[in-house]
Design a protein around this ligand. Structure first.
Ligand SMILES: NC(=O)c1ccc[n+]([C@@H]2O[C@H](COP(=O)([O-])OP(=O)(O)OC[C@H]3O[C@@H](n4cnc5c(N)ncnc54)[C@H](O)[C@@H]3O)[C@@H](O)[C@H]2O)c1
Ligand SMILES: [Fe+2]
Length: 386
């Protein structure tokens, strides 16, 4: 069966790539972008550099900087009104996954109307909207190249997955220099997110030879550089590797899907406001142990790609090394358990059935090598609690 592959039309990749912003807009025939970012980035100097390039090229722009972490339907709707206030022809997202996802969702609602929940998976998005140019400032989500946006419903707290060609940016500017300002915790959390993308894309039932290469490349880069990027924020080689890893992992999972870790992670993020990469990392070792028996060879390949098992080593031993490494990584990067994060045990327990329902409804668990029942998901949440 043919693999269907979605990627942006144009990408500028490398240190200093931000300088290509005006030329990329020009090549795509885009004249008047609304820039979507968050309050921190609006004042961080990154935005000013970007708008400086636009000013020098005579491009007219405006900024919408109300994005919040884990973007909500309320913010997206405000953004859509802002977009409608002028004759903007495109959206330029500068920021982490939250800013990029907000711009994607604004594009979807601008073209199709209605509410964000009308488009959550498995719904189709009828029309593509104004093009999005994505400029990531975190090395994590890969949203700059994915056909997904993740938006939290302000009314129900559900973290909804919205997927389709309409969500894929038309262009991406992947400039690791923008990530040099990331503090340690953000570097660790976003890096663990991209490592999870790479592993899940590789073990997914929807993986293809095309995505396998991207996923293995990504997990090798991330596993070898994540500790260095955390230890020395200005380590340019580590930052570059992490950025490349995040974007290639994004291309892999966008076309192979994520699996059970992401399915179970989103409800933790939505209900307890745990940063996305952290909630993935809290679950990754337990879920890998649960899933490994169903795809031993694939998980063994992950261990080899990450450099924690030898090429000739048997699969069982390689998977044991993978589990060791994932647990050690969580220790080294100070990933707390849900209990240590301060999540109340009684509330967690009460919400488990709803969280399991939401995880299953997202569709991601169906891509897992071992497809869990609702009870198994609840059991995994309990085991990860700590
Ligand atoms: N669309 C996708 O394919 C996809 C994939 C995975 C995750 N996500 C979503 O992305 C969101 C998370 O995105 P994220 O992890 O990139 O974080 P984020 O965008 O929420 O940003 C987190 C914080 O980091 C700050 N920040 C961003 N870049 C910085 C920099 N260079 N220096 C200093 N601070 C910086 C931001 O201002 C913000 O306060 C979640 O909502 C998650 O569900 C989307
Ligand atoms: Fe993710």
């Amino acid at each position: 069966m043919a693999a269907m592959i979605t990627t942006p039309r144009l990408m500028a990749v490398g240190g200093g790539a931000l300088a290509e912003l005006a030329s990329i807009l020009g090549r795509l025939g885009l004249m008047k972008p609304l820039i979507v970012t968050d309050p921190y980035l609006a004042g961080s100097g990154h935005l000013e550099r970007a708008t400086g390039y636009l000013d020098r090229a005579g491009v007219v722009w405006k900024v919408f900087s109300d994005t919040v972490a884990d973007p909500t339907t309320a913010v997206v709707e405000t953004g859509v009104r802002c977009f409608g206030e002028s004759d903007f022809d495109s959206l330029v997202a500068i920021g982490g996954g939250s800013s990029i996802d907000t711009a994607k969702a604004m594009s979807v609602l601008t073209a199709n109307g209605g509410k964000m929940r009308d488009y959550k998976v498995p719904a189709e998005i009828p029309k593509a909207g104004p093009p999005v140019v994505a400029i990531p400032t975190t090395a994590g989500t890969g949203s700059e190249v994915t056909r997904f946006t993740v938006i939290t419903d302000s009314e129900t707290d559900e973290k909804m997955l919205i997927a389709g060609l309409a969500c894929c940016p038309v262009a991406a500017i992947v400039d690791y220099e923008l990530t040099l300002t990331m503090p340690l915790r953000l570097t660790a959390d976003t890096g663990l997110d991209s490592l999870t993308h790479a592993i899940e894309a590789y073990v997914s039932r929807r993986a293809s030879p095309f995505t396998d290469g991207l996923a293995k490349n990504a997990m090798g880069l991330i596993a070898r550089h994540i500790r260095a990027a955390c230890a020395a924020p200005d380590n340019r080689a580590a930052r570059e590797a992490m950025m490349l890893g995040a974007t290639t992992a994004g291309m892999a999972f966008s076309n192979a899907s994520v699996c059970l870790v992401h399915g179970m992670s989103r409800p933790i993020g939505a209900f307890f406001h745990v940063p996305h990469g952290l909630s993935n990392a809290m679950l990754l070792p337990e879920i890998t142990a649960f899933s490994a028996t169903a795809a031993l060879e694939r998980y063994a390949d992950c261990a080899r790609a990450m450099g924690v098992a030898e090429e000739g080593e048997g699969s069982q031993a390689a998977v044991a090394r993978l589990l060791d490494e994932l647990r050690r990584l969580n220790e080294d990067l100070a990933v707390p358990t849900p209990r240590a994060w301060g999540i109340d045990a009684a509330r967690y327990d009460d919400l488990l059935p709803v969280m399991a329902d939401q995880a299953l409804a997202s569709g991601s668990p169906a891509n897992n090598p071992r497809i869990p029942s609702s009870d198994e998901i609840i059991d995994l949440y309990r085991r990860a609690y700590g």
